[in-house]
Write a protein that binds this ligand. Structure first.
Ligand SMILES: NC(=O)c1ccc[n+]([C@@H]2O[C@H](COP(=O)([O-])OP(=O)(O)OC[C@H]3O[C@@H](n4cnc5c(N)ncnc54)[C@H](O)[C@@H]3O)[C@@H](O)[C@H]2O)c1
Length: 473
């Protein structure tokens, strides 16, 4: 396989700072609670490790002057579209940073690239332009408004010129339906596709004078039934790709290309992406940071915040029933039972992890209701039991604009993954668990513990920055 290494901020050596050993005691407690879990749901392979730092931290220059390329797989989808409208709106000073976690004061001083310094590119398999996509999101869900769309149109057009045709393989029947005829007709060529990803990422970096490129998967959810045997090890996967094996999911091929190119990779979807033992191994081998799986933006976010309450008061949850109704394209894709199963597994994991044997039954439903557009409604009924066998209920209704919740997290993840790579980290970025429904390598799903991990990571980055300044004195 052709080896195109993209420069990931490794150009200038930075002194070692003790491998990130400086952490608050609160953060240390959070790490102890955060057990390392087995990789890839159900597959029995070696346990995952959290990101490692290379002995001499890679670095070079502060984040403020850097240009970060964000390569979105699923570049014309609702989440990607909202990322592009949001970045342009911020660049033009037409909106503020509400919703972007990395902009809150707890993460200040971590030396991230500025949001305005992010350049977008990516793959999709549908026709149309990002501006068409943005107009559709607006018509269906009213997220942007005509004035904002007019203002961001030139930026979206430029983004459109950086979107390339992707490929589908084991992407499920719903994706086959929305893909262009040309993409549907493509003969399976995984080896060429992976080389193509590496070439496209290198070209994207070169043509846009980027200091680093991060790849984020925001493509439609794939069915995750029956992972092929080659997902068990890096060598088996690379051999299967070389033989143009038609059983490998598109998300895995994109992730392989990203990791082989040396680009940090984030899987914002329930698809396999890098969340398989083979790619965990390859990422370690290549020294690339990566993380997944499935952004935590709505019902699961509320569950992760609420479930610890029942533990804190020693209450028994008799049943937790959640019903999600949504009307966007993601909802349509999730109509397919195999894609729906991929999503539901992640949604249910939180309760099992936090409540353990305090949980009676739980159920997650997902229904497609087209008239709702991007506005997802979740209704949860929690039936619980307290002292003297007293039965009580808690209900909540969450109505969120899915893409407006997801887009800022994609921006956060791109900035944090770039920063992690710049400081020499590789492997799983478990510190970023709070962003995911089903965080790779982290079994503790309590939101507050995962937030502790993020805050401790921020503290490490700040102290590394301070050490660099001292060394430069
Ligand atoms: N919106 C949220 O709050 C949220 C939260 C967590 C996870 N997610 C996940 O993020 C993903 C995107 O969500 P969305 O609402 O933008 O969906 P969407 O359907 O609007 O967009 C998905 C895009 O991916 C493209 N695509 C599909 N297969 C592809 C392939 N093989 N290569 C390249 N492009 C491909 C589609 O053409 C489409 O443009 C979904 O998997 C969803 O489950 C979304």
């Amino acid at each position: 396989m052709e080896d195109v290494k993209i420069e990931n901020a490794d150009a200038v050596e930075r002194p070692a700072t003790g491998g990130g050993a400086r952490r608050s005691s609160k953060a240390k407690g959070a790490r102890a609670r955060s057990a390392v879990s087995a990789p890839m749901n159900g597959a029995g392979a070696a346990p995952r490790r959290r990101a490692r730092r290379r002995a001499a931290g890679a670095g070079g220059g502060g984040g403020s002057g850097r240009r970060l390329g964000l390569w979105l797989i699923g570049a014309k989808g609702d989440v990607a579209t909202t990322v592009s409208v949001g970045i342009e709106a911020l660049r033009l000073g037409l909106t503020d940073t509400t919703g972007i976690v990395t902009e809150c004061h707890e993460l200040a001083g971590t030396d991230l690239v500025p949001v305005e310094g992010i350049v977008l590119g990516g793959y999709d398999v549908r026709g149309g332009s990002p501006l068409d996509a943005a107009r559709n999101v607006d018509a269906e869900s009213g997220l942007f408004g005509a004035a904002l769309l007019d203002a961001v149109a030139p930026g979206l057009e430029a983004f459109g010129a950086r979107i390339k045709s992707g490929f589908i393989q084991r992407s499920g029947p719903a994706v086959e339906e929305i893909a262009t005829a040309a993409i549907r007709k493509k003969v399976a060529r995984p080896s060429r596709w992976v080389s193509g990803v590496k070439r496209d990422l290198a070209r994207f970096a070169r043509e846009n004078a980027l200091d680093a490129v991060v790849v984020v998967n925001v493509a439609s959810t794939e069915p995750t039934d029956e992972p092929p045997a080659c997902y068990a090890s890096a060598d088996a996967l690379l051999a299967a790709i070389a033989k143009d094996d038609a059983g490998i999911h598109a998300s895995v091929l994109y992730a392989t290309g990203a990791i082989e190119a040396g680009c940090p990779y984030v899987n914002f979807t329930p698809s396999f992406g890098s969340s398989i033992p083979a790619l965990a191994e390859l990422a370690e081998r290549r020294g690339v940071p990566h993380m997944g799986r499935d952004g935590k933006t709505g019902e699961t976010l509320v569950k992760a915040a609420l479930a610890p309450l029942f533990v804190a008061r020693n209450l028994q949850v008799l049943s937790w029933t959640g019903q999600n109704i949504l009307g966007n394209r993601d909802g349509r894709i999730l109509e397919d039972p195999t894609a729906k199963r991929s999503k539901s597994i992640g949604k249910d994991q939180v309760l099992k992890s936090v409540l353990g044997d305090r949980l009676g039954t739980s159920r997650v439903g997902i229904d497609f209701v087209p008239s709702l557009g991007d506005w997802k409604t979740a209704w949860d009924l929690i039936h619980f039991q307290g002292f003297l066998g007293t039965k009580m209920t808690l209900q909540f209704t969450w109505q969120g604009a899915d893409s407006a919740l997801a887009a800022p997290l994609v921006i956060d993840l791109a900035r944090l993954a770039e920063r992690a790579a710049r400081s020499g980290r590789s492997g799983l970025l478990t510190d970023l668990a709070v962003f995911f429904k089903n965080p790779d390598g982290v079994e503790d799903h309590a939101l507050v513990h995962q937030l502790d991990l993020l805050l401790a990571f921020a503290e490490e980055l700040r102290s590394e920055g301070a050490a660099v300044l001292e060394a430069g004195d």
